[in-house]
Write a protein that binds this ligand. Structure first.
Ligand SMILES: Cc1cc2nc3c(=O)[nH]c(=O)nc-3n(C[C@H](O)[C@H](O)[C@H](O)COP(=O)(O)OP(=O)(O)OC[C@H]3O[C@@H](n4cnc5c(N)ncnc54)[C@H](O)[C@@H]3O)c2cc1C
Length: 386
């Protein structure tokens, strides 16, 4: 077999797993390349716990440079910005084009911000995660340095990500205020959601449990409120305006709305769905370009719509690895079917977690202990490679 180039774009959950498996079961005659815009990629399951201060940066991030070394992959710290599908090349922001015979994309998603004037100027999207964490850590420092002041935070988007951020941000900041003997009333957190109930996609019981916790923590929940504009009142005060004409002022705004795809994906000529996500078949293979694969948030499996969640990105790691190797070896590919019913464990920022499964919802500290164990075990799998 002549030497083949397999290029991976993005070090998301599926690629991290595929890289590790490649390191354990390498394929001779294949030049593996990873293009990533970060050295350390976050593990979504532990991100809210990092915000709460339960975990360190190292505990919640996978070192992609070490992982690439383990799998003997060439490592490009660069951002892919386009694909030349005719010449089989990845166009990068800083490096010359990178040629591929086979390609796989796992670049995640970003919150939808378009069409809301002021959102991209004044709100901080939850993704890319490094930008979000930099803004969050700066804000935490401001509160630590001036704990006597009043602070108001707004979170736009009441899905699992928004709810977890609201609860975990509350936990971290309340702790800081308590440490400095400041009243918790100095802190105001607002959560805006355009739906009827919080946590769209989860069952009614879970929504009700979350609503109760938000109330107990005095987090303002604005349901059926569609944010339509954000304006700057001063350097540190922003005004959120809703379709209903409701106006709320705050010091910082985090944006955690529905996932959307990077624009360059559709522009590349790959077949996408109406939202710009790469349409793949059950082999995680592009429906238009069989030598190209995609997994995680950026992929949508034709006829198997599922929420964009880390749990699916993780599950797709092994089938993606198998099919990339099988494709190169010219073996028949193996189908992957995403499960319909899946368990979500939602951390509530107080070392409790809610289990959401089908129509069932239940909250307990034991669930947090279990979640913490699963997450740490997952991350342990990426330590001490070599
Ligand atoms: C606040 C928040 C909390 C969440 N909590 C949970 C949770 O508890 N459980 C859960 O299941 N899901 C959760 N999610 C959803 C979860 O984050 C995503 O579904 C998951 O991260 C998707 O994984 P992925 O592998 O597709 O991509 P990602 O994990 O997003 O990884 C993509 C990688 O590709 C890199 N990249 C992106 N673009 C490029 C480019 N052009 N060139 C090179 N590299 C690139 C990125 O830097 C990143 O390293 C949460 C989301 C948010 C916003």
């Amino acid at each position: 077999m002549s030497s083949k180039n397999l290029v991976l774009i993005g070090g998301g959950h599926s690629h991290a797993i595929a890289l590790k498996l490649w390191g354990i079961n390498p394929l001779s005659g294949v030049r593996l390349t990873l293009i990533t815009d970060v050295y350390q990629t976050p593990y979504s399951g532990m991100l809210p716990g990092y915000v709460a201060g339960f975990y360190t940066f190292e505990e919640t991030h996978i070192n992609l440079s070490t992982l690439a070394q383990f799998s003997h992959a060439q490592f490009y710290l660069d951002q892919a910005i386009g694909l030349d599908l005719i010449n089989h090349q990845v166009i990068c922001a800083n490096s010359p084009p990178i040629s591929f015979d086979y390609l796989s994309l796992d670049i995640g998603s970003i919150p939808t911000m378009i069409n809301v004037p002021g959102a991209s100027e004044y709100a901080i999207p939850a993704k890319p995660v490094p930008t979000f964490l930099a803004a969050w850590n700066d804000f935490v420092k401001t509160v630590i340095n001036s704990p006597h002041k009043n602070y108001s935070i707004s979170i736009v988007g009441g899905g699992a990500g928004g709810v977890e951020l609201a609860l975990n941000m509350h936990s971290r900041l309340s702790h800081i205020l308590q440490e400095h003997q400041q009243p918790l009333e100095n802190l105001m957190i607002n959560l805006f959601h355009q739906g009827e109930t919080i946590l769209t996609g989860h069952n009614f019981s879970v929504s009700k449990i979350v609503e109760t916790i938000l109330k107990q923590r005095k987090i303002n929940l604005y349901l059926r409120q569609k944010v339509v504009q954000i304006s700057a009142i001063s350097q540190s005060i922003y005004e959120i305006q809703c379709e209903s004409k409701l106006k709320v002022n705050c010091n910082i705004i985090f944006w955690v709305t529905q996932a959307s795809a990077a624009n360059w994906i559709k522009a590349s000529g790959l077949t996408t769905n109406e939202k710009g996500f790469i349409l793949v078949n059950n082999y995680l293979q592009s429906v238009s370009h069989p030598h190209i694969f995609a997994a995680g948030d950026i992929a949508t499996i034709n006829n198997y719509p599922r929420p964009k969640a880390g749990v699916f990105a993780v599950r797709q790691g092994k089938p993606l690895f198998d099919n990339l190797q099988r494709m190169i070896l010219r073996k028949s590919l193996k189908p992957y079917y995403p499960q319909k019913l899946y368990l979500s464990l939602i951390g509530t920022g107080d070392k409790n977690a809610i289990a959401s499964w089908g129509f069932l919802g239940y909250r307990s500290p034991i669930l947090w202990t279990w979640k913490d164990y699963i997450d740490r075990e997952f991350m342990e799998g990426f330590k001490n490679l070599g």
